[in-house]
Design a protein around this ligand. Sequence first.
Ligand SMILES: [Zn+2]
Length: 59
Amino acid sequence: MAEQDARDADHLTTTTEQGRFCVARCTCGWRGPARRARSQARTDAAGHTQAPAAGYANG
Ligand SMILES: [Zn+2]
């Protein structure tokens, strides 16, 4: 069995500033809500990578 790596190639998240807000984005197309604080956006991104959206097929 392959080991689960913390870095998922399909879910590389970044934070983008949009005006006064910061939004977390992912390479899979996911986008978090607009946040005032970048730290909050990062938290959204972390939550996404740790628990990918339900229905997202493995593989
Ligand atoms: Zn993703």
